[in-house]
Design a protein around this ligand. Sequence first.
Ligand SMILES: Cc1ncc(COP(=O)(O)O)c(C=O)c1O
Length: 355
Amino acid sequence: MTETLDIKITKTTHSRLAETDFDNLPFGKTFSDHMFVADYADGEWKNLQVIPYGEIGLSPAISALHYGQAFFEGLKAYKHADGKVTIFRPDKNAIRFNKSAERLCMPQLPEEIFLQSMAAVVDIDRDWVPSKDNHALYIRPFMFATDPYLGVTPSATYKYMVIAGPVGPYFSKTLRVKIETHYTRAAEGGMGFAKAAGNYGSSMLPARKATEEGFDQLIWTDAKEHKYIEEMGAANAMFVLDGTLVTAEAKDTILDGVTRDTVIALAKEWGIPVETRKVSVAEIIEGAKNGKLTDAFGAGTAATIASVGSISLDGEEYFLNDPKTREFSQKVLKTLDAIKYGNAADTHGWNYLVG
Ligand SMILES: Cc1ncc(COP(=O)(O)O)c(C=O)c1O
């Protein structure tokens, strides 16, 4: 048994729940009543608190704002038919959280603080977890440097926080994606494997350009040659090519997705061959042309399983089969939903019970 942490709880006196429209939940715009805050100073985490969601005062000199010592995680809590609320595989995010911290020269966060901070927010705000299909409470833990000091050096103080909010599906349609062959998301030796805020900042200009060209997402390629597929926006790119599930190996340029890991585990159980390796743009385009590419999707917590309808390369658009006819991704989606919402046995121990 891990120790139960001493978390001070201050409840809101003005819940916003009644005035929240659960039928209209654009991703990431609605926040629940409470949040978690802890401070790091003198080598330890202290002042563990749940407080009403709201603004926080910060010095304009905090190094997170200037030098980007900031990173985050993204998870979801689901409501089951019997009212239970569970978070999906938070132990995996706890490990990734500390990998990000290490890469950014920031302090480690004990796993019990990560898990219990989220559980505390989700528990107090359990009425904010939507009961509708394809809906969940999105949980955003994050850490940032708070030293009010403009020297380029790791901060000595940090804040760890958790905010949350109800969300519906991130993508409501089949995606039109473009293979990016100019801009780069991450290079070897960089921080692509970390959920660093800076990785997302640098992706915005290329993503905006792609949107202006009518695309929904970018497929990132390797920094050296732009010949190998890495990721798809804020999701891992996965393909079924000639009956094999193929996806890029989770190396230092790629975020090792929890959804990716889950999809791979299910595929292996179902006896489907899995290859995690370099995936060339050429073989994917070839597969799209000759019909051997029978499935293509982005896998992520927010994106869930987001079907790719067409892939464009150098101005040429290659259309794929109808997503509804895709055996693999349809089965993955159904199975994952059944486990997350408690409609199938959680034989892997993926659901973390809150409360
Ligand atoms: C860049 C990137 N890749 C992959 C993923 C998928 O990871 P996960 O399945 O853990 O959510 C995400 C986000 O969630 C992401 O931001």
